[in-house]
Design a protein around this ligand. Sequence first.
Ligand SMILES: [Mg+2]
Length: 248
Amino acid sequence: MRRVDRRFEFHALRCRQCDDNPRPRVVNPGAGEAGHDGVMADALLFDLDRTLVDIQSFTDYGSARREAAALVEGFGDVAVPATDWSADTVAAMSLLVACSGDPRWAQVSAAIERHELSAVPSSAPMPGLHEAWARTADLPRAVVTLVPEVVARAALAWHGVDCAGVVVIGRRADQRPKPAPDGVLAACLALGVAPGRAVMMGDSLWDLEAAGAAGTAFVGVPTRVGSMPSDAIVALDLLAAVDLALRM
Ligand SMILES: [Mg+2]
């Protein structure tokens, strides 16, 4: 594997919405801090929604949230990372976080899953999806997502993405959802890769926090300027994120 010294490596990274305004940044994956020593990645982890496929924009999370909320009472607000998701999406996902570990979680998840699954035929591939997927075919890969595995696989299959041999860690009762690190750790375990040797890509702070908590390097593909911390590594789009990740 090739070693690179990231302390002096610069990339002109551009935000999706500022193509004419490149923002040079020092790329420093936090060697030592996250257990990543600057060696090329042994595995790649992808968030699904709005990283590989946009499902959220086509899911009726308003109805999902109402149906799910009717199943449980007494779960108040929980602290979750800020995101660019719709209020209904945040509410639905926050409810899942809030009732994590509760016996009623499965019912809540199933109520939301019905709406997510019905959105698959309307969902949209993120720019560069197929090229990025082809470019990373030689590396162990996993999808770590807040939607159930059946939804993730259905969405990827709908868009012609071959997931044979790809680990998919979806929403499930026996692990805490992002921003907890459980899904990232489960993916690394399934791939037989140490968390510090993998790179996670995602569009939201939930992904960033999950990767950080797992000790996994992270490349953001945010959909809005400024939605990631100023010291986060961000890329213009999925393809650019993959290019960065392959060098980490
Ligand atoms: Mg996402």
